[in-house]
Design a binder for this molecule. Structure first.
Ligand SMILES: [Zn+2]
Length: 112
């Protein structure tokens, strides 16, 4: 499960079917690269085991950070500079290895 970013134009949760959401979180759900769009409720439940307000906010912030990594990478920024920027903007722990950027709350283990 890999977070790709936040999506404003997909407004139905692929997980539970809830409609008319303001935004969804794009997730790569398998190694084949299939993408699903989940509401922050469902994303928070999977990522944090509960769907509280703080869990939903954290899931969204994390997804925004993952989306930002992709945008900066598309602009040609190095993994090291991206990792620094994500730390400065969002306060997530970051690391980098080659072209890969890792981010996380307590450990920088989520590869983006
Ligand atoms: Zn849902």
């Amino acid at each position: 499960m890999k977070m790709l970013g936040v999506c404003d134009d997909q407004n139905t949760c692929d997980k539970c079917g809830k409609k008319n959401l303001k935004r969804t979180i794009a997730l790569q759900v398998d190694d084949a690269g299939n993408v699903e769009y989940w509401g922050s409720d469902c994303a928070a439940r999977v990522l944090y085991g509960k769907s509280t307000k703080s869990g939903k906010d954290a899931a969204l912030r994390f997804a925004y950070a993952c989306g930002r990594v992709q945008k900066l990478r598309d602009k040609g920024m190095s993994a090291k500079d991206i990792a620094n920027q994500i730390w400065n903007i969002y306060g997530f722990l970051t690391g980098h290895n080659g072209d890969d950027v890792y981010i996380g709350f307590n450990n920088a283990t989520h590869k983006v």
